[in-house]
Write a protein of this length. Structure first.
Length: 65
């Protein structure tokens, strides 16, 4: 029973995240522009690629086991 609940929680958070992520082509475009402008290392965390995905991950945190 506990396994079923755990799988259900994981499915729910994963589906919630997936529905809010930008389309893959948009993610790749943002990543390209971040790399092209030299946003690597810690400064990469200021790119729209990182900040938009991070916002979704923060909104729907991965459940602890």
């Amino acid at each position: 029973m506990a396994l079923e609940i755990s799988l259900s929680k994981n499915y729910t958070y994963a589906e919630s995240r997936a529905s809010e992520y930008p389309e893959l082509k948009e993610q790749f475009d943002k990543l390209f522009h971040a790399i092209d402008t030299g946003l690597l290392g810690e400064t990469a965390k200021t790119s729209s690629f990182y900040t938009e995905l991070k916002a979704v991950k923060d909104k729907y945190p991965k459940p602890t086991e």
